[in-house]
Design a protein around this ligand. Structure first.
Ligand code: PLP
Length: 358
């Protein structure tokens, strides 16, 4: 097998050990004679797999009994609508606009309540995270929404805004499990699985139980958190194989030493690449230093022709999917939990060589 490093922003690299275990169990899951993919979601095995995945996630993230853990579908994009449908009370919510995903979340929420943009970094192409002034927040807001890590722009909230009694809602699609976030500071956390958890098709929602109440009139049952909570995410056929695989990733993370250890590794990997960018005469990071993401490192070369050559040559050298998002251009290296340190080192040596050819 050709050995490559996959820097894709998502769907993204998965731990090799986990994929090998899946391969081993693919045709015959633990003596059942069946693949996990072939099993009824009403059967004992899938229910055990789901329960175990939830227990491992609760342990990893230290999630208290005050929260429901839901395994849903529809991606983070469906949550852009489900959140206002389920949390609307006073009819208004505060949003921090830090890029493409926040903008989409706001446009969707606007169909169900009045969206107030309380801070934005649109003025500088979302290359930083704006300060959230507590004075600007509406104490009557149904929630305050942030995108903790901005996958496309390469920025992260290095400290969480203080929202007081107003529930904080976090789109954690690209940095969940990358560090030890204090779950208790959030009313709701959501994430598409395909970045730092597992395969596409699974969406994780962690929601404080006291927030499950009245709904937007006519909210379909499939869009109601309370329905999914009551049915343990089995209201309809859930993405069973994706839940199984996510559960294996959670167990892998526990084995690796948990989220504090993942954060240490992620800081080490990102620091290597940022230090190189800061010292480089050609490559440069395009994000304000204090807001740099540990997960998505966005960088540029002086000319777009050089960037195109870099992308072609790096891909040929086995460093895959380094192209930046089309709205930003340039390059992006996603360094999720499953990206080994060796991958980052290989990227940096390639960049050093490339620099010499300019
Ligand atoms: C990828 C991403 C999304 C969209 O996720 P889907 O699962 O494709 O709906 C939303 N928010 C953030 C921060 C993302 O990185």
């Amino acid at each position: 097998m050709e050995s490559i490093y996959n820097f894709s922003a998502g769907p993204a690299v998965l731990p090799r050990e986990v994929l090998l275990q899946v391969q081993e169990e693919l045709l015959d899951y633990q003596g059942s004679g069946m693949s996990v993919m072939e099993m009824s979601h009403r059967g004992v095995i899938i229910n055990e797999i789901r329960d175990r995945a939830e227990a491992s996630l609760r342990q990893l993230m230290n999630i208290s009994a005050d929260y429901e853990v839901l395994f849903l579908q529809g991606g983070a994009t469906t949550q852009f609508a489900m959140i206002p449908m389920n949390l609307v009370r006073n009819g208004t919510a505060d949003y921090v606009n830090t890029g493409v995903w926040s903008t989409k979340a706001m446009a969707e929420a606007n169909q169900y309540l009045t969206v107030r943009e309380v801070a934005s970094s649109a003025d500088q192409h979302f290359s930083y995270v704006p300060t959230v002034d507590p004075e600007q927040l509406n104490p009557e807001a149904d929630y305050l929404h942030i995108t903790t890590n901005n996958t496309i722009h390469g920025t992260v909230f290095s400290s969480l805004p203080k929202s007081g009694e107003v529930p904080l809602v976090g789109d954690m699609s690209s940095d969940i499990l990358s560090k030890d976030y204090p779950v208790s500071e959030f009313g709701l956390i959501y994430a598409g699985a395909q970045k730092n958890i597992g395969p596409a098709g699974l969406t994780l929602v962690i929601v404080r139980k006291d927030l499950l109440g009245p709904l937007w009139p006519g909210t379909p049952l499939m869009m109601q958190y309370a329905v999914h909570a009551k049915k343990k995410s089995m209201h309809n056929t859930p993405p069973t194989f994706a839940i199984y695989l996510a559960g294996l990733v959670f167990d892998w993370l526990l084995e690796m030493g948990g989220l504090a250890e993942m954060e240490r590794r992620n800081r080490e990997k990102a620091a290597l690449l940022y230090d190189f960018l800061d010292a480089s005469s050609a490559f440069r990071g395009s994000v304000r230093v204090e807001d740099r993401s540990l997960m998505n490192v966005v960088f540029r070369l002086p000319e777009t022709a050089q960037e195109q050559r870099f992308l072609a040559e790096s891909a040929a050298a086995g460093l895959k999917t380094l192209k930046g998002h089309r709205s930003v251009g340039g390059m992006r290296a996603s360094l999720y939990n499953a990206m080994p340190l060796a991958g980052v080192k290989a990227l940096i040596s390639f960049m050093k060589e490339f620099e010499r050819t300019l």
